[in-house]
Ligand binder design. Structure first.
Ligand SMILES: C[S@@+](CC[C@H](N)C(=O)[O-])C[C@H]1O[C@@H](n2cnc3c(N)ncnc32)[C@H](O)[C@@H]1O
Length: 198
């Protein structure tokens, strides 16, 4: 089956906004987790909705193992072609009822799960966050970045919705705020970070 994101895969890494988004997300990830500290070099990380791995390739040098998962076969193929030594690229859907019977059962015990510009596109954002909380080890971090929803628009996620969902999934040390913005189509588009510890 063709995935709607497949058509973006071959050009994704050439898009200035994709690259800038990954750079800014990485900077905020480092600030949020002290990722460059020695403690991270043995850690297990999940990049959910990794795309072509623009963010994964920045994170990988600082962690032990990075599992990168995406439902777009073509996005995953681009990431696999980068041959990053400690990145395992997995095509499949780890959400939903039937994934545990196939090879996308990744096991639990992640120290960090992050999702860069993914959660706002999910049909069941709340269900996904509950699953991330289950997959994290105690003390593990979840971090998401999403376009901030404007009033009355369906696109993106609002600060209040992210906070409500993280609280409901029992995350602690919750942080939800605008963390950067990008210029697109003569508009300033704010991006929210949502972060918590399980
Ligand atoms: C806007 S792109 C972001 C890609 C990448 N995180 C980045 O920042 O460059 C959204 C990605 O989420 C993926 N995606 C959407 N739903 C997904 C799901 N249920 N499981 C895994 N990946 C998903 C899409 O295939 C697409 O690659």
């Amino acid at each position: 089956m063709t995935d709607g994101w497949d058509e973006y895969a071959s050009s994704w890494d050439d898009r200035p906004d994709s690259k800038l988004y990954a750079e800014k997300a990485f900077a905020s990830l480092v600030a949020q987790t002290d990722l460059r500290g020695v403690g991270w070099t043995s850690k297990r990380v999940l990049d959910f909705g990794c795309g072509t791995g623009l963010l994964a390739q920045k994170v990988a040098p600082y962690v032990g193992e990075l599992i990168a998962v995406d439902t777009s076969e073509k996005m995953i193929a681009v990431l696999q072609s980068k041959e990053i030594p400690n990145v395992v690229a997995v095509h499949g859907n780890i959400l939903g009822a039937d994934h545990k019977s196939d090879d996308t059962d990744l096991g639990a015990g992640f120290d960090l799960i992050y999702a860069s510009s993914v959660c706002g596109f999910l049909p069941d954002y709340e269900g996904a966050v509950n699953e991330f909380a289950r997959l994290l080890r105690s003390g593990g971090h979840f971090i998401q970045w999403d376009w901030q929803a404007s009033d009355g628009e369906e696109f993106g996620l609002s600060e209040s919705k992210i906070r409500r969902v993280l609280e409901s999934a029992k995350f602690r040390s919750i942080r939800v705020e605008q963390v950067f913005s990008l210029e697109a189509d003569e508009q300033t588009m704010p991006v929210l970070i949502g972060a918590g510890i399980v």
